[in-house]
Design a protein around this ligand. Structure first.
Ligand SMILES: [Ca+2]
Length: 335
């Protein structure tokens, strides 16, 4: 539980015209739970290259509008046959599964082609869609399907994924455009077979613009392991996979690689929308719920306020992970 040893670093956030609040981040050099070492000052470029989003998306609405205005890219995750046995709720770490097969989507022009007898889709949104970062969807069908089409009503094209074989249900990762509108929108998903696509299903998407968030805490990591982000707000409410939202609007976007059920996102984000973050001190912690069989996981935590990066903190987990393996990486004062 001891702190100390290493010098603390204080980062101050320069105020700007839009800046109502001042933010200070205080890095803690030693972990609360000392099973694993926190190693600062690792190379950060590889981990952080795409956090802010840089897909080269259109910068404003134009006519016609592509679905890429909303989703920069999509892929489906085909898990290994033995990969899905872990149960996070039961607190049991899964044995190291094989890496999933990633099937990338291709952009197709025009409307989604319909076919007679094609299966109808079922859609569940498992996370928010955040500017420039991946979110999770779950797409199912009322019959086996091998094709998936994802679009946004009013756009002129769609993303299509062709699977190597039929499934009844699959996870799809959709990366939000870096120019995502700061408003909710509808996502439209269809599933199909060689004959075309059946009836689509639509669901409201909660869009999160990091530039329109009082606070955003991101962790990214570089291995197929289950890392978890925890942020405790000034009122003592801890937002993490076990409590994904707080009364003040704090929200975890997703639990990536839960119990080694790989999605390949390797990122978790907790945000508070503009005007909602309680003032006071926040504690940022990173846990290594399971190493999932990898020898080493480098992670990088980014603290942001209203789209501006306040501080970046890097570390490494080695050895076995466990639900209690974690480090406090920062304290953040939002005033
Ligand atoms: Ca996780």
């Amino acid at each position: 539980m001891a702190r100390g040893g290493q010098a603390r670093r204080l980062a101050t956030f320069p105020g700007g015209p839009r800046q109502r609040s001042s933010v200070h981040a205080l890095a803690l050099g030693v972990g609360m739970i000392r099973k694993k070492r926190l190693v600062n000052r690792l190379a950060t470029a590889a981990l952080l290259g795409s956090i802010a989003g840089c897909e080269g998306e259109p910068t404003g609405f134009s006519d016609p509008v592509s679905v890429r205005r909303f989703f920069a890219s999509l892929y489906a995750v085909v898990p290994d046959a033995g990969a899905l046995s872990g149960s996070k709720a039961a607190g049991t770490a899964a044995a190291a599964p094989a890496a999933p097969l990633i099937v990338n989507a291709v952009l197709r022009n025009g409307p989604v082609p319909r076919g007679t007898g094609a299966p109808s889709a079922v859609l569940a949104l498992e996370s928010s869609i955040i500017t420039g970062t991946p979110g999770k969807l779950r797409v199912g069908g009322d019959a086996p399907f091998s094709r998936i089409a994802v679009t946004v009503p009013g756009t002129v094209d769609y993303w299509e994924i062709t699977l190597p074989g039929p499934v009844l249900d699959i996870q799809v990762i959709a990366t939000g455009s870096s120019s995502l509108p700061n408003a909710n929108f509808l996502i439209d998903a269809s599933v199909g077979n060689a004959n075309g696509f059946g009836g689509s299903v639509q669901q409201q998407v909660r869009a999160v613009d990091l530039a329109a968030s009082d606070l955003a805490v991101l962790v990214r990591w570089n291995a197929l392991a289950d890392v978890d982000l925890h942020v405790t707000d000034p009122k003592g409410v801890e937002v993490y996979f076990g409590r994904t939202s707080s009364p003040e609007g704090g929200r975890l976007d997703l639990d990536s690689n839960p119990a080694c059920n790989f999605d390949g996102v390797n990122q978790e984000v907790i945000t508070w929308p503009l005007g909602r973050a309680p003032t006071g001190e926040y504690k940022v912690s990173v846990y290594y719920w399971s190493d999932c069989g990898v020898p080493r996981t480098d992670y990088s935590v980014t603290l942001m306020s209203r789209g501006r990066t306040i501080q970046v903190l890097d570390g490494t987990f080695t050895g076995d992970g466990s639900p209690t393996t974690g480090v406090d990486v920062a304290r953040l004062s939002f005033l």
